[in-house]
Design a protein around this ligand. Structure first.
Ligand code: UTP
Ligand code: MG
Length: 587
């Protein structure tokens, strides 16, 4: 695996070019493509600040002209026109700066979404099982948005106002060198205070983002489980629990507001005005500067107001953006365990499956499968039977590396599954899960999920083979019927046949059918039965089932109990030799 690619599972061939070593580097790597906009932003900010200085300077000049023993009014019009033109140019620059910042922030947000989605789809099932969906949603929607705000208005205002701070330092010495003192001292204290402020702010904004993620997790879980919650009349308890989470979010925000309110910069600004004015008046009394200089200087000091006002919340925005960046990066960088082994075997499968002394446990659980060994020839049908919780589903998921085994070996065509290219392995092994998931799309899209280019004819013949065609025709919109939230709900047996149709389309070499539905009416039962035997033809098939008729005809039957094989063989043989097996048929 190349070290550049994200540790991706599955068939993602795209990689991205962003740095993942620290939040700052990550953000900078997202800024890099837009360096031109960034330069524009800085140029706009400098131009804006310099042109802002024009106003007090020219106002000072105007006062001087008026206060002469013989007032010279002829300079007033040119001064006014210069001020007017300079402020129009300033407006254009400001527009450019704001537009550039907004454009960049939106583009970055889009890039980050892309990167995150790519990364999430590339993660292993182990990751997805452990990571709460609500939290992932919060990170990939609101946190991404915060990074956008961090640049517009955040960085935009910080860069813009930073230039304003520098202006009095540059231009005050024009009147008298000592006048640099107030703006200089202000700037030094301003930055010391800012550094302290940011240090205090950082844990609080972390809290703000984290509590929000927690609230979202709770929200998504209770909506997911709303049926159970209502069934158990637990609404009140859930509302209370939600209230606690919502309070946490509020408290975090209040704390942020509290800190913002205590920020010392406003006080500092007042002090700067006072000392600057006193200083200028002293110089005036001593005859070192004229009235115009006092006015211009005081006007310049007022430029410090902009950075002071914006600093309270512009820096909060940056701090929030950083906290969010940290959370997004945490998600991107989290361990994914499986690697896709892109250089692994990709040849066509024959369909021979062998387990050699396989043991398996879930990441934070006890051992689920112990010492499992068996061998299946290409094209055979295997039935896996056993009580609930015996490990049937778990066993099936090891074949296509949904999970990696803890010890032993799983071989496909005599080659360890870890030696196979993961994409190739999964394309040729198809698992129909116990809980069949259908997307909120049309039935034909759902059937063609594994083969997006499939023609209508292909979809239809797959549905016919899967015994799904008839019930699909019963819907008003037949194959165009939308499934799920905004469309029809399908029964378990119907879902199963849609999933089988999927399998007919992709034509895998190995098919695993995890079928927990045992009691269905006999007509449907018959249809499913026929669909399954159609599907089993010409490929290695694993059927996890309670249907005796299917078990009986399997080439190999594996009886699991508490994660171990207690009997294995063909039906006739097992009926004679295995008490555990014959008991299934007697019950
Ligand atoms: P299985 O899900 O493999 O059992 O779980 P099964 O034989 O298919 O059961 P039914 O017939 O569908 O009900 C085997 C064990 O693995 C644990 C379960 O708690 C169970 O004891 N398990 C399962 C986990 O720890 N984590 C999982 O994600 C799934
Ligand atoms: Mg199961």
């Amino acid at each position: 695996m190349s070290s550049l690619s994200i540790p991706a599972e599955f068939t993602l061939h795209r990689t991205n070019k962003f740095e993942h070593s620290s939040p700052l580097r990550w953000i900078l790597s997202h800024v890099r493509p837009y360096w031109l906009i960034m330069i524009m932003l800085i140029v706009g900010a400098i131009g804006n600040a310099v042109l802002a200085v024009v106003v007090p300077v020219l106002t000072g000049d105007a006062f001087n002209a008026m206060l002469k023993p013989t007032p010279d009014t002829s300079v007033l019009l040119p001064l006014a026109i210069t001020i007017g033109i300079s402020q129009i140019i300033r407006g254009v620059l400001q527009f450019g700066r704001n537009f550039g910042a907004e454009l960049m922030a939106q583009k970055m947000e889009r890039d980050i979404r892309d990167e995150l989605y790519l990364s999430l789809l590339g993660k292993s099932m182990t990751f997805h099982n452990l990571q709460p969906v609500g939290d992932t949603m919060a990170r990939s929607t609101n946190d991404v948005r915060e990074v956008n705000y961090m640049f517009s208005p955040g960085v935009n205002l910080v860069v813009g106002s930073f230039m304003f701070i520098l202006m009095p330092i540059f231009f005050a010495p024009r009147y008298h060198i000592s006048l640099i003192a107030t703006p200089l001292v202000f700037t030094v204290i301003y930055f010391i205070a800012l550094a302290r402020y940011l240090k205090q702010l950082s844990p609080i904004t972390d809290d703000v983002r984290e509590s929000f993620g927690k609230m979202n997790t709770h929200l998504s879980e209770s909506l997911d489980g709303v049926e159970i919650m209502k069934g158990a009349a637990q609404e009140d308890a859930e509302v209370n629990r939600f209230g606690i989470n919502a309070n946490e979010v509020r408290n975090a925000f209040v704390q942020q507001g509290d800190l913002e309110a205590k920020y010392i910069a406003m006080l500092l600004l007042g002090m700067a005005y006072a000392t600057g004015l006193v200083h200028a008046l002293f110089l005036f009394r001593a005859g070192l500067i004229d009235v115009g200089a006092v006015i211009a200087y005081f006007g310049m000091l007022q430029l410090l107001g902009f950075p002071t006002f914006t600093s309270t919340w512009a820096y909060s925005q940056i701090s929030l953006g950083f906290s969010s960046a940290r959370r997004i990066l945490e998600l991107i960088n989290s361990e994914t365990k499986l690697d896709q082994n892109a250089s692994g075997r990709t040849s066509e499968m024959r369909g021979e499956i062998e387990f050699r002394r396989v043991s398996f446990s879930y990441p934070n659980g006890e051992s689920v499968l112990k010492d499992i060994s068996f061998k299946v020839k290409p094209g055979q049908t295997v039935a896996i039977v056993g009580q609930t919780g015996a490990g049937k589903t778990s066993l099936a998921k090891l074949i296509n590396r949904t999970y990696d085994i803890s010890s032993g070996q799983v071989l496909v065509d005599g080659v360890d599954v870890r030696e196979w290219n993961l994409a190739s392995l999964r394309e040729q092994i198809s698992i129909i899960e116990q809980d069949i998931f259908l997307f909120s799309r049309s039935l034909s899209d759902n059937i063609a999920f594994g083969k997006p280019g499939a023609t209508k004819d292909e979809i239809m013949s797959a549905s016919i083979a899967a015994q799904a065609h008839d019930f699909i025709l019963d819907f008003d919109q037949t194959y165009a019927t939308t499934v799920g939230e905004r469309g029809v709900m399908l029964s378990g047996g119907q879902r199963q046949r849609i999933a089988l149709a999927r399998a007919f389309l992709t034509d895998p070499r190995v098919l695993v059918l995890d079928d927990s539905t045992s009691a269905i009416d006999s007509a449907t039962e018959d249809k499913i039965q026929r669909a399954i035997s159609n599907a089993a033809r010409g490929r290695t098939t694993f059927i996890i089932t309670h249907r005796l008729s299917q078990i009986r005809w399997a080439d190999l039957i594996i009886v699991l109990r508490k994660g171990q094989i207690v009997a294995i063989g063909a039906h006739d043989e097992l009926m004679k030799t295995s008490e555990a097996y014959s008991r299934i048929f007697r019950e």
